[in-house]
Ligand binder design. Structure first.
Ligand code: SAH
Ligand code: SF4
Ligand code: F3S
Length: 440
């Protein structure tokens, strides 16, 4: 057996792709290793959402390139969003790379790997996905409790700052039977949580041209499967969340009452510049509607600080929105100009790095403040948690779990194991996690 090491950067979609890459290559004699030093084939699955992420890909390639000088037999591969966008640059900067494949080309790996083994340098990056039934391929999942299922790939939204439509192409939904089949396999294997993935999960089904195929109905179908498991879905686009979806989340007892709805900015002019299809007021209405329906819901978001032309007042609208909406947690980032994007060309109104990083610091401080507030609201409540891991502390087993509402909960008990669902009464809140005691 040969050894394969995969370094995965970026989002859950990339992590899910890596599990599929590992599965496919396992059928061709590659055993996954956690130790990159013993690997015969090294693959980096890259992200280009921000310049820093893309830079990380090249510096990792550089390290592996040096290793290849001493061990010329090792093979180096690169895939993911940087590979999809920059194959020529990769060839020029890292000529020692043996395999380049794009986000659409994962299912060609059986052929690509044969060529690599024949010492050919291979590059397969196409703009159209090769359509396959993914269930014909093995998947090696990293985690034994939570499993990801991509339901829709790509994005049609073209937010002016974002590379994803360029790296992942237009929206393509998987057929619902294929998803249900994958879910059944997962449940039979003993997984306890399924997370449906998509850049914009609310668009699920639109390209399949059958009005019965949508996220709400998919949740209903998955919810009706036998088994002790729960369901999540990410990421929701604010103005695409339908009443039908909210109803489905309400009806389906296995679906977690949790929404990740990136707002990006709390100012309507900036939202327009970003080509987001909603105003600040519309976002507020969506949040109000969801909170009215699910009193214990967690709503998380993403925000960008220092989008081109953002004024101090407009940035403050973002801080105000986080406060007023009582958002439970947000991913934050300073705006990073990206190749091919519209905002990347707005150079005359770029915000300086210094101002961007100061705004990001304030955004993070606000985020910490509201997270703690949100966690404090859980004290005294009983949450349903799923145990994901155990750590030993002072001779005691500390169980690391995640509540239905996505909050991290730690508690001490020797009665439970990884994969158990437990009711926990919350006794203490910190910024990033909760502590409690089991009640049953
Ligand atoms: N599909 C999701 C987001 C995917 S990208 C959505 O529509 O919300 C994940 C996050 O990265 C985005 O929500 C955004 O906040 C951030 N991001 C994307 N492009 C960025 C850029 N050029 N600079 C800084 N942050 C960016
Ligand atoms: Fe990017 Fe916008 Fe698509 Fe999200 S919705 S992936 S931010 S283009
Ligand atoms: Fe990054 Fe590509 Fe995901 S750019 S965030 S890995 S879709």
């Amino acid at each position: 057996m040969k050894k394969l090491y995969i370094e995965t950067q970026g989002c859950q979609m990339n992590k899910s792709d890596s599990e599929r890459i590992a599965g496919i290559l396992s059928e061709y004699g590659y055993l996954l290793t956690e130790d990159e030093k013993e690997a015969d084939l090294l693959i980096i699955n890259t992200c280009s959402i921000r310049q820093l992420a893309a830079d990380k890909a090249y510096s990792q390639l550089g390290v592996w390139g040096k290793r290849k000088k001493d061990r010329p037999n090792i093979k180096i591969g690169i895939c993911g969003c940087v590979a999809q966008q920059n194959k020529e640059k990769i060839k020029a900067r890292a000529p020692y790379v043996d395999l380049i494949f794009g986000t659409h080309n994962i299912y060609e790996l059986p052929d690509l790997i044969k060529s690599v083994e024949n010492n050919e340098k291979i590059c397969s990056v196409t703009n159209k996905a090769v359509v396959k039934n993914q269930n014909d391929f093995k998947i090696i999942r990293k985690n034994s409790v939570n499993a990801w299922i991509p339901i829709i790939e790509g994005c049609n939204n073209f937010c002016t700052y974002c590379v994803v439509p360029f790296t992942r192409g237009r929206e393509r939904s998987r057929n619902p039977q294929e998803i249900i089949e994958e879910a059944k396999n997962i449940i039979n294997e003993g997984f306890r949580e399924i997370t449906l993935l998509g850049q914009n999960v609310d668009s699920y089904g639109k390209d399949l041209k059958d009005e019965n195929i949508n996220l709400a109905n998919l949740l209903r179908q998955l919810n009706s499967l036998e088994g002790n498991f729960r369901i999540r879905f990410v990421t929701s686009y604010p103005s695409d969340i339908t009443d039908n979806l909210i109803n489905a989340v309400d009806e389906c007892e296995k679906v977690c009452k949790y929404f990740h709805i990136p707002m990006q900015s709390g100012n309507s002019r900036i939202l327009k510049e970003m080509n987001r299809h909603y105003t600040k007021e519309q976002y507020y209405e969506i949040v109000a509607k969801i909170r009215a329906r699910f009193p214990m819901v967690t709503i998380t978001s993403d925000f960008i600080a220092g989008f081109p032309s953002e004024t101090e007042e407009e940035f403050e609208d973002t801080l105000k929105a986080i406060d007023e909406l009582e958002l439970d947690y947000s991913n934050t980032a300073a705006y990073s100009p990206r190749e091919f994007t519209k905002a990347g060309k707005m150079t005359d109104v770029f915000i300086s790095d210094e101002v961007k990083s100061k705004r990001l610091e304030r955004l993070n401080a606000k985020n910490r403040e509201v997270c703690l507030k949100s966690n404090e609201k859980c004290v005294g409540k009983v949450l349903s948690v799923l145990i994901e891991g155990v750590t030993q502390k002072n001779g005691k087993a500390v169980l690391n779990s995640r509540a239905d509402n996505n909050k991290i909960v730690h508690f001490v008990s020797d009665k439970y194991k990884i994969g158990d669902f437990v009711k926990v009464k919350i006794s203490k809140a910190q910024t990033w996690c909760l502590y409690g005691e089991p009640v049953e």
